[in-house]
Design a protein around this ligand. Sequence first.
Ligand code: GAP
Length: 607
Amino acid sequence: MSSRNWMCGRDGAHPSSSAHFMSTNNTDPQRMERIVSLCKRRGFIFQSGEIYGGLNGCWDYGPLGAELKRNLKDYWWRVMVRERDDVVGMDGSILTHPAVLKASGHVDTFSDPMVDCLLTKQRFRADQIPPQSGTVYQFIGALPLNALFDLDLSGPTPEFWKTWLSPTLLTSVSDLIESLRRGLNEQNAIPADDDSLMRAAEHLQAAVVRLDFAVLAPDGKPIESARKVAAQFYESRGIKNPVLYEDRSRHRKVENSTCFNPENGAELTAPRSFNLMLRTNLGAAADESSLAYLRPETAQSIFVQFKNVLDTSRKKLPFGIAQIGKAFRNEINPRNFIFRSREFEQMELEYFFNPGQQPWQELLEYWKEQRLTFYEDIGIPRAKLHTLTVPDADRAFYSKGTYDIEYDFPFGRQELEGVAYRTDYDLRKHAEASRKRLDYFDETMKMEHLLHEGKEFYPHVIEPSAGVDRTVLALLCEAFDEETVTDEKGKSETRIVLRFHPRIAPIKVGVFPLLKNKPELVAKAREVQELLKRHMMVFYDESGAIGRRYRRQDEAGTPFGLTIDFETLGERGDELRDTVTLRHRDSMKQERVAIAELLAKLLPQVQ
Ligand code: GAP
């Protein structure tokens, strides 16, 4: 195993990930805010533990969010497992044996470099700090203003002492006595005796707090801005109304420094390594013997169960094992809504193959294309997707080739999924650590095997690893639209609509009786609901004007609305009896469809 830190391989470690701090032309924070607000208003996503102030980095999915997420996972499972002969599924436990994550390298290297802002204590990933240029102002300590009020020397005011003493205060007591004497002289004050001067000097020396702190002021910003930040820093360390001490000899110009908080210029601590795994204890003893981890990726249980799945499914190479499930990472800086959270879901496939029979480059390309097609099939256009060939320096140590599939989020272009060639690293490591056989014997090579040793080998792996929550966010961002519409009376209003692909839309059909106080209309609408609800998610709504009901479903992203009216009851003639108005969300066009034809018309579109 390489000694390189894992941080380079896990998502978001590429230079583009500092987009968090940047406001480039490609970002649209207002749009993002409107999406987040809609998610809360319509019950897609809420902050976890909201009524207690929220649990940072954790989110709860409401009724619409839960449906959307389920549809996404179901579609992934359908195309990655059920529609393929060469993939089987599994569902591993979240609680993970420490030996698994020791062998995989997570215990020793699954970490991010972390820095803290010395002023705000905010924590950042060191690799996400954008480089900054400007002047660094160096401070070496501060004195509470009150200490000057306490000076037992008649004559000069605290304001005088404040400017007079600052250059000398941090030097020796004897220099300080000399400075006090000259200060009194300067102000024509009564000279103090040696004892009073000594007491005053010792009092000041004891009151000064020596503590280095630096502030970066970007080019064009005056030194006062740095002093303001420094004053806040010393105040936060308990020094009231601090008189600042600067070391002018250490003020300096810097270029592309990543040592300062981009939000306020305050100095950051040196990077420290921070393991991202969440630990827990199983059973009554809360010590190392009962340690377990919440898995940081779903992949490891697939590798650990490789032999069991192989033996029981009787698959031959190449074949894959797929899994959808929760993963946990104690992210230093969860951010961008559900994009980077501490509890999230992954959809992962480990596709095992014999590198002697299939070049890995071919399979990597194949899976990249499969995954791009998947995103298109759920409504994310190719033009908004980008494949990044992860540079050697940024790749996880176990990988020999990785593509990141990225999407243009309103906060910048960011990773949705990684498609990586993991070599035989994991199977080999687990076999070595457990001393159990995880290799593969190729039957087709039996004859050769008689002649040559070594037909048992560790299969190599291509891993498409997608984030459920990130994809949900991409779907929401892609679907969100606001348009101005004008009604029959000429009145304009903004229509908010989520243009989800019907396949992943949380609700597929809204069913509306024209009037709720007409039992025949209600009964017919309920009949239509019954007909459809075994096949798709249906929402029945009888309250409010029909236009308002349509708008509510537009905001929920429901692609179809069915209105049951008097024509349906046959009151305008037999021709329209048992037909309904089918309204299309995106075009707002309406057509008349027979109830008997509804399933055949809608089902292919929502599956
Ligand atoms: N098994 C490989 C693996 O876990 P990764 O790049 O660290 O690789 C794969 O994660 C995917 O999981 C990412 O592309 C992303 O979609 C999702 N993911 C990772 N960390 C996440 C987080 N903190 N919050 C939400 N999704 C995350």
